[in-house]
Design a protein around this ligand. Structure first.
Ligand code: ADP
Ligand code: MG
Length: 692
């Protein structure tokens, strides 16, 4: 490109083109969503520090973060209850104590008497008067220190193992290039009435003057943030419009229940579908009846009966002579679907095939042969969509618990059954309730159906919170319930970010509970067990052979054992609302009154207390989702856990809802080339939206 030959850049090149960015740093940047030079500029600071001024020591006030300069006049290592390093810093106006509970030889040297230092930290009132605990320190030479910055210093959020200083330097370099025009970012919105030039908005967000409205910069109401948020929403709007246009051109084969098999299946069930299930099944069959690919999301709270809705769609495809596939995110869940559906479909004369990663050798060869042969319905994990797996005539793909899959995996599934312009219909199901206000934008490009009714006779799960110091009482209560023939889960969630440690914690808890409850069978299930062992355990639990199942969060999604009516969740204070809701949804599926005990380790923080409170007050997934949104903000709710959905860098759907209308109007005025620039900047390759 001519621009890069002349040393100029449009910011779209990979970060590895930048000085000081090797493979390792690039990997870490990628984890932050930073792959191009431009992305550095779109990485928004979390907060700012004011290092533009030096505060005289007699003006220091407790609770205020300050930058001070002075000379070390005293240093000592004190051994009271704990060892600590104390130093006294003095300037012309007064002095302050520097306190360190951990320290290294180089810090000790830095604090030699006579050294001149610049320190930054929050002042507090201590036993010796005002003090700074673990301040950041810079040594000052005879002619003073480095010049003070004229703007505030940005602090960036979690850096995924990247040194904060490295990230700050890379962003500062990019800002420098932007200022000196080496980095030239096109700004098409200026022609369309944008109040702020793009580059100026970026500069203000990263390095505001001390006089800027900091609160507004941090909460996002500042016009500089709004300028970029609007552009980001515009990018998504433009990309979605393209997606819709592309879909208009796609074709599918209409699927019709020619043989009346759905009716036959429903008639053979031990229950009547609820009104909501019937409504959603009708919506789906209307979609399938068209020669355009269905793209529908079924949202239904845990236990609302999504499996039946999926089954009706699968049977419709089979009934019209095509194949259908159901995939689930975990082997436990897929296997459970296989068992349930084999039962429901058994009398319809349909051929069902099971495939998971662990199906090997002859069994696998047979399954593969069947898929290109006379299989009607395939059930399994994402193994169904790996290379080497082929279908005779795939007409429908159903994805359960879609939030566990990424958008890209979902797209790969669609591509699997593609023949020329023809694509299979797609149905995705999720129990993660997204607040209605966000659903439309969050589930980009999907039509949404909601199962908003639970099967009759369900009694809401009674929930209590208990300090883990009362674990013995909880075990007593459990003993009583098990003696009455009830079954229970005991969940030990992730304590460290390690599956190994999690498994160990669950193992030792299982051993302890087995000892405390010798008259009952206690099972243990965790993510590191062999799939065959997991399945064995689940089926023993299902059939009642095991009364108490100790588990890690592997049971979070979809597991269905109606006789289990008690759930204990340890470390509940560390889990988010949606995860707690998912876990609790494993009980309360039978006619028995179910109970859930949230065990926590005191003292509780405000957030944790608020979350446990919500769990005690309601079992309604939508209410919980709204509360989750309130407590954490949409960035988090729609963030890492829900990888199947849109994520924003700057925009915030709840905060910026009023930008959506102006953005739509603006979208209509842009030229194709201008739209390309905006999409490319925020979302990446514009063409990927052409073939969804
Ligand atoms: P989820 O929406 O969480 O996937 P499932 O499909 O697993 O829910 O259904 C939960 C339980 O409710 C299952 O045991 C299922 O057989 C049962 N069920 C589903 N629909 C009905 C209904 N209409 N009436 C009674 N029980 C039902
Ligand atoms: Mg389910």
């Amino acid at each position: 490109m001519a621009a890069s030959e002349s040393g100029l850049s449009a910011g779209l090149g990979p970060v590895t083109d930048l000085a000081g960015v090797g493979e390792r740093v690039a990997q870490r940047l990628k984890a932050l969503g930073i792959e191009r030079e431009l992305d550095l500029l779109l990485h928004r600071p979390l907060r700012y520090e004011d290092r533009t001024r030096i505060t005289a020591l007699n003006r220091v006030r407790p609770g205020v973060t300050v930058q001070v300069e002075g000379r070390v006049v005293h240093r000592e290592i004190r051994q009271t209850r704990r060892r600590m390093l104390l130093a006294t810093l003095a300037d012309d106006s007064g002095q302050i104590t520097l306190r360190f509970f951990r320290f290294y030889p180089n810090q000790l040297r830095l604090l030699n008497e006579g050294t001149r230092l610049r320190c930054f930290g929050e002042a507090r009132f201590g036993p010796e008067g005002f003090e700074l605990v673990h301040p950041q320190m810079t040594r000052l030479g005879p002619d003073g220190g480095p010049p003070l910055p004229s703007s505030l210093t940005p602090i960036y959020p979690n850096t995924q193992g990247l040194a904060a200083a490295t990230l700050s330097r890379l962003i500062a370099d990019a800002l420098q290039r932007l200022e000196s025009d080496q980095l030239q970012i096109a700004d098409p919105l200026i022609q369309h009435g944008a109040q702020w030039p793009w580059a100026r908005a970026v500069q203000v967000i990263h390095t505001p003057e001390p006089s800027e409205d900091l609160a507004a910069l941090m909460d996002g109401h500042h016009p500089a943030v709004q300028r970029l948020a609007a552009e980001e929403l515009l990018a998504h709007h433009l990309a979605l419009s393209r997606l819709h246009r592309a879909r208009e051109r796609q074709r599918s084969v209409a699927l019709i229940d020619d043989r009346g098999l759905v009716k036959q299946m429903v008639a053979s069930l031990p229950f009547q579908p609820t009104g909501a299930q019937n409504r959603v099944m009708t919506e789906i069959s209307a979609d399938l009846d068209r020669e355009k690919p269905m793209r529908r999301l079924v949202q239904g709270d845990v236990g609302s009966g999504k499996t039946l809705v999926a089954a009706a769609a699968l049977v419709t495809a089979a009934s019209s002579g095509r194949q259908a596939a159901l995939i689930a995110p975990t082997e436990i869940l897929a296997e459970q679907h296989y068992r349930t559906l084999s039962g429901w479909l058994g009398e319809l004369g349909l051929r069902t095939v099971w495939l998971a990663g662990k199906v090997k050798g002859r069994a696998r060869a047979e399954a593969l042969e069947c898929l290109v042969g006379d299989a009607d319905i395939a059930i399994g994990t994402h193994a169904l969509f790996q290379a080497g797996v082929n279908f005779r005539d795939l007409g429908l793909v159903v994805v359960d618990e879609q939030h566990r899959f990424g958008v890209h995996q979902r797209l790969a599934l669609a591509a699997k059954g593609q023949r020329g312009r023809e694509l299979p219909h797609q149905l995705v199901m999720t129990a993660t309730p997204i607040p209605r206000t966000l659903a439309m934008t969050a589930y980009a490009g999907l039509d949404v159906s909601v199962i908003d009714e639970l099967p009759p006779g369900r009694k809401p799960v009674t929930t209590v919170a208990a300090s883990q110091q009362r674990r013995d009482q909880v075990i007593e209560r459990l003993r009583g319930a098990l003696a009455e023939g009830r079954q229970a889960y005991w969940v030990c969630p992730l304590i460290e970010e390690s599956e190994v440690l999690e498994a160990e914690a669950a193992e030792s808890r299982a051993a302890e509970l087995a000892k405390a409850l010798p008259q009952f069978r206690v099972g243990l299930i965790h993510g590191r067990m062999k799939p065959a062992d997991k399945q064995q355990l689940m089926s023993e639990f299902s059939s009642g052979g095991i009364q108490l199942l100790v588990a890690t969060t592997v049971i979070e999604v979809g597991v269905d054992v109606p006789n289990a009516s008690l759930m204990m969740i340890e470390n509940a204070e560390r889990l988010g609302l949606s995860q707690l809701h998912q876990l609790r949804g494993r009980v309360g599926r039978g006619s028995e009154q179910a109970a859930c005990v949230l065990l926590y380790k005191p003292p509780l923080g405000d957030m944790a207390r608020a979350r446990l409170e919500v769990m005690r007050e309601t079992t309604d997934g939508f209410v919980i989702a709204e509360k989750d949104l309130e407590l954490r903000g949409p960035g988090e709710v729609l963030g890492t856990r829900q990888t199947g959905m849109l994520r924003f860098r700057i925009a915030d759907l709840a905060r910026d809802a009023d930008l959506l209308d102006p953005v739509k109007t603006l979208a209509g005025r842009l030229s194709r080339a201008e739209a390309d620039i905006i999409i490319e900047r925020w979302i990446g390759r514009a063409d990927q939206f052409g073939d969804v």
